[in-house]
Design a protein around this ligand. Sequence first.
Ligand code: SF4
Length: 335
Amino acid sequence: MATTTTSTDAINDLTPPDKVARVRAKVLAWWHANRRDLPWRHTRDPYAILVSEVMLQQTQVDRVIPYYERWLAQLSNVEALAAAPTADVIRAWSGLGYNRRAVNLQRTAQAVVHEHGGVFPRDVETLRQLPGIGPYTAGAIACFAFGQDTAFADTNIRRVLHRLFAGVDVPRPSLTGRQLAALAERVLPRGQGWDWNQALIEFGALQCTARKPLCLVCPLREECAAWPEIQAALAALPKGTRLKREAPFKESNRYFRGRIVETLRQHEAEPGPAGMTLDEIGPRVRENFTPADVPWLYEVIEGLARDGLARVAEPDATYDAGEDVPVESLRVRLP
Ligand code: SF4
């Protein structure tokens, strides 16, 4: 109880009504002058909104546009996606990376079709019960498809609100996730949720970016709690701070998962038996692959199978349960 009160007090202190009013007016004015014409901003179809939101996770807008249009041409509605063979879904996603997102998207579509008669729920709580839908995506669908005044926060929204109302957000934000959610709720202008949320996302993508915010030409500078310290704080961050914590992409299992799926996809178009053995896959996904790498490869493939992105099959099913199947006899293929 005490924590809730303190949180509420903290948000109250950060959001005097006159400042909130000025920020709203300036953000919305900036939005109307600078908004990009993006295809998902022309639709209120919850399925199309969902597709765009999933594609935009960790992928640049410019890259997403052709994939979004191609996807909707091939899988134009929730029923088509739910009924499509998963291999076709992964193929339609080909090139976007993070294939797991395509499989999750299909699971969401199947739940909408089988549990909701093909009609997307309109409220955030029910949307959140769909597989693969987190608080951000549920809020985005409720707002961007159904025009509801929902407050939600992706990384752009969190960053912009933190800087405007709470100050510098690096190397660590001073607000908790819960406080940021309360802040987003507090400042949302009722009746303008669609424009407001789009505006914050756009402002974070074009103006108040993570590493190089354009403070000198920012119309919100006078309202901003992070200005001018933000520039010095960003400059003091060690170069490549985030990258150091992650394995280089080309050494990560995520990279090899993508390569394995791509190899299986290519193999499907070749004549010959269905599926590939681990011995066949290995050299095609990793340079200098040796038999010592087979256990590693098997582990990565098991992960793909768990996520519904690959199928592992024994050549015959006569082995006893519990008996080890030699991995050389396994064949792997797309689902
Ligand atoms: S002044 Fe800089 S940090 Fe503040 S909102 Fe504008 S771009 Fe972002």
